[in-house]
Ligand binder design. Structure first.
Ligand code: ADP
Length: 159
């Protein structure tokens, strides 16, 4: 089975992430969405909350599996026999960090490759941090996140 991992913080999942997932599912038989837990990075939701939102938002795709790791992506990948990661690229500003991450991962495991999908134009400026800011100030986030995430964000910032 041809599987890939889509790693990220997903704090929380947005329509930009879902667009990448949907397109990756055209290329792979299975996709593991891997919440990479980074204790150094402040997150709005707990790991469990973000996993639950990921599960909800992707429940219509039986080929999608949701998991998390506190370790290295390549260690997770090796353990599960998966040799490719999928990431999204929004603009040149993403490129530097992605380039060094892809090369670092390949230096840790030479058989491991990262495949990049260009963002869809309508999601070019969409990132989780922006959605959180808008929600915090009571703005309309319905065009940016799936319904279950919108409800969660509204509840979190309800005054
Ligand atoms: P990270 O903190 O690891 O960058 P994110 O959850 O922010 O995790 O994003 C995970 C992946 O999804 C990254 O490759 C990111 O570039 C991609 N991504 C996020 N938002 C979009 C979007 N709107 N369009 C395309 N790719 C996106």
């Amino acid at each position: 089975m041809n599987r890939a991992i889509y790693p990220g913080s997903f704090d929380p999942i947005t329509l930009g992430h879902l667009n990448i997932i949907e397109r990756a599912l055209d290329m792979y038989d299975g996709l593991v969405i891997l919440l990479a837990v980074n204790p150094g990075k402040q997150s709005l939701f707990t790991v469990e909350e973000n996993l639950e939102m990921l599960r909800d938002a992707t429940s219509k795709w039986p080929q999608v599996e949701i998991d998390s790791t506190t370790g290295l992506l390549v260690d997770y990948a090796r353990k599960h026999g998966i040799r490719q990661a999928v990431r999204g690229l929004r603009a040149v500003t993403d490129f530097d960090a992605e380039f060094s991450m892809a090369l670092t991962n390949r230096s840790l495991w030479e058989d491991f490759d990262t495949v990049y999908l260009m963002t869809s134009a309508e999601y070019m400026f969409l990132r989780s941090s922006m959605v959180k800011q808008i929600a915090e100030h009571g703005g309309d986030i319905s065009g940016f996140v799936p319904d279950n995430v919108e409800a969660k964000l509204r509840a979190r910032f309800r005054r």
